[in-house]
Design a protein. Structure first.
Length: 222
């Protein structure tokens, strides 16, 4: 495997958005008249679609209210989400290094694209990315491979030329369904052992470790 393109999940892979997500989840739950949930309860839902998060946090009997939940979540997220997102230590420098070395970079996330773009612009990273696929760009969310396949088409690369990097078992399953190589990072809440049952090329502590890992492979980062 000698990829020339790397596509990343966003939440818990590149950034820690957990504080903002917790705020938005409880705001939306309150608007629906449902009880607040703890930070610890919210963290495992990060990266899921908001419909699935509502089922986990509010109960399956409220799934039919997912459109309302989405509307209230976005209402609060427009205020707090972008300012609360923080890149993990060393990740921004790694992204700049990969882009500078000639890798095409992309993001596929269940977060809205415009919000991701706000965070990238704030950090001066916009030019590092060739494509961003957000929630508003797809009809099916991960682990459906639609987003990764869309990124692949936009980058004009074959399956073996694209590496997908994510922090969760949903990301691992997404890569499998898309037929692309996968590297896991443990910067989120998913333990390393959880990836044992999934196809992957490596399990790294952080995206900050990705350039060194790529440089160890034939055709990797010079």
């Amino acid at each position: 495997m000698t990829p020339n393109s790397v596509v990343f999940d966003f939440d818990y892979t590149l950034v820690d958005s957990s504080t903002g997500v917790h705020d938005c989840m409880n705001y939306a739950l309150d608007k629906l008249g449902l009880p607040a949930v703890s930070y610890e309860a919210v963290c495992p839902t990060i990266g899921l679609s908001l419909r699935d998060a509502l089922v986990v946090l509010g109960g399956p009997e409220h799934e039919s209210r997912s459109d309302e939940f989405f509307r209230f979540f976005v209402e609060r997220a427009d205020v707090v989400m972008a300012p609360s997102c923080r890149f993990f230590v060393g990740v921004a420098d790694s992204l700049r290094g990969l882009a500078g070395a000639g890798y095409q970079l992309g993001i596929v996330s269940t977060k809205n694209r415009y919000r991701i773009e706000m965070v990238l612009e704030r950090e001066g990273l916009t030019e590092c990315f060739s494509t961003i696929v957000g929630a508003e760009d797809v009809s099916e969310f991960k682990p459906d491979p639609q987003g990764v396949k869309m990124a692949m088409t936009r980058l004009a690369v074959a399956h073996d030329d694209l590496l997908y990097v994510g922090d969760s078992e949903v990301d691992a399953e997404t890569a499998k369904r898309a037929g692309v190589p996968f590297v896991a990072v443990t910067s989120g809440v998913t333990p390393k052992a959880a990836f044992d049952v999934h196809p992957k090329h490596a399990v790294l502590d952080s995206v900050a470790d990705l350039p060194a890992w790529l440089s160890s492979r034939n055709g990797g980062l010079a």
